[in-house]
Design a protein around this ligand. Structure first.
Ligand SMILES: Cc1cc2nc3c(=O)[nH]c(=O)nc-3n(C[C@H](O)[C@H](O)[C@H](O)COP(=O)(O)O)c2cc1C
Length: 358
């Protein structure tokens, strides 16, 4: 039976994904307080719909850093898509482009970024051009960064998304337990962007990243820089000062520091700080987005768009590229209905008055 919502995809994916990969996909850190909060915080927010508004036509189109997209819902960067499906990120890119959604490809994809870009272009985007951004992890070996950024630029990626919440890997105990039982990388693992096929060609994550690194990164590429993993007003203000084009309010899907707020709880202080800094910086959110109403709530609190992580992997595992398209279409059609029921026929009409915080 065709899944009718994102949680049905989750249940089906669980049946298909090997236990070690499932542990890697689903797990959060420590006691998974933040992982659960990402969902429960959405559920605590109430909507304030307006009635007697003409909702005969709903327009979900928007732009992300100037790139037109069919929906304010994009594919979050995640590692190792080949563990879900042999076509890995190529299928994800195809599925996202068919849906008209922007995709952020991860540094630790199983396929090289050039092949992902080709797959996206072959599928044709919403406007005929592939809306793709590249997510960057920085390793101790800086030459790897320069190389990745130049390659991403040459391959037509439109922004660099620097992930700033992973100086080290969080304490993911599902993974630990599984790796003890079954040592070795997850099935299907090969870091497609690196010569040796291992993450960062074996170079460890760089723990010395600072705001100076952000300035340096801006200096080596004309592409806009987005920082992923910001949770406070203080860091949002610094991001604006350092000229970044976008911020992703993210706790890495509850996989890094446990006990940080749900992203929807952190969003208001980040958007307020960006506004106060007079910033033209766009703010996005990821973490726990599973329903159209979650998207509505994030947009009401100032996000320009949301990213979805695990649901994309579930769709990919269940039905390859068509599964990715289907997950995005489900979220999009839920959002369309929700906008109509909320009396908000355009993305621009979704404002702060739509929500009541707990
Ligand atoms: C299996 C998995 C792998 C991930 N890999 C990356 C990655 O390579 N780079 C990155 O910036 N974020 C990564 N993330 C975090 C996601 O980009 C995103 O922040 C998170 O999944 C959003 O939460 P959600 O899964 O609840 O939608 C990963 C998340 C998961 C679940």
């Amino acid at each position: 039976m065709e899944p009718i919502n994102v949680s049905e995809y989750e249940a089906l994916a669980r049946e298909r994904i090997e236990a070690g990969v499932w542990a890697f996909y689903q797990g959060g850190s420590d006691d998974e307080v933040t992982l659960r909060a990402n969902r429960s915080a959405f559920e605590r927010i109430r909507l304030r719909p307006r009635v007697l508004v003409d909702v005969s036509s709903i327009d979900m189109g928007t732009t992300m850093l100037g790139t037109p997209v069919r929906m304010p819902i994009a594919v979050a960067p995640s590692a190792s898509h080949a563990a879900a499906h042999p076509e890995g990120e190529l299928a994800t890119a195809h599925g996202a482009m068919v849906a008209g959604a922007l995709m952020i490809a991860s540094t630790v994809s199983n396929y090289p970024l050039e092949e992902i870009a080709n797959a996206a272009r072959a599928a044709g985007g919403y406007t005929g051009e592939a809306p793709l951004w590249f997510q960057l992890y920085m390793y101790e070996d800086t030459s790897l960064t320069v190389d990745l950024v130049q390659r991403a630029q040459a391959a037509g990626y439109r922004a660099i998304v620097l992930t700033v919440d992973l100086p080290r890997l969080g304490n993911r105990e599902w993974d630990k337990r599984h790796n003890k039982l079954n040592p070795g990388p997850p099935q299907g693992y090969r870091a497609g962007n690196f010569k040796t096929g291992t993450d960062g060609d074996g170079s460890p994550f760089n723990q010395r990243l600072t705001w100076k690194t952000v300035d340096w990164l801006r200096g080596i590429t004309p592409l806009p820089i987005v920082l992923k993993g910001i949770l406070t007003a203080e860091d949002a203000a610094l991001a604006v000062q350092h000229g970044v084009a976008g911020i992703v309010v993210s706790n890495h899907g509850g996989r890094q520091l446990d006990g940080v707020p749900a992203t929807i709880e952190a969003l208001p202080e980040v958007t307020a700080a960006v506004e106060q800094a007079g910033g033209k910086c766009e703010v996005y959110l990821d973490g726990g987005v599973r329903r159209g109403t979650d998207v509505l709530k994030a947009l009401a609190l100032g996000a320009r768009a949301v990213l979805v992580g695990r649901p994309i992997l579930w769709g990919l595992a269940v039905n390859g590229s068509a599964g990715v398209t289907s997950v995005l279409e489900i979220l999009r059609s839920e959002l369309e209905l929700d906008m109509a029921l909320a009396g908000r026929p355009t993305v621009a009409s979704i404002d702060r008055t739509l929500v009541r915080l707990p």
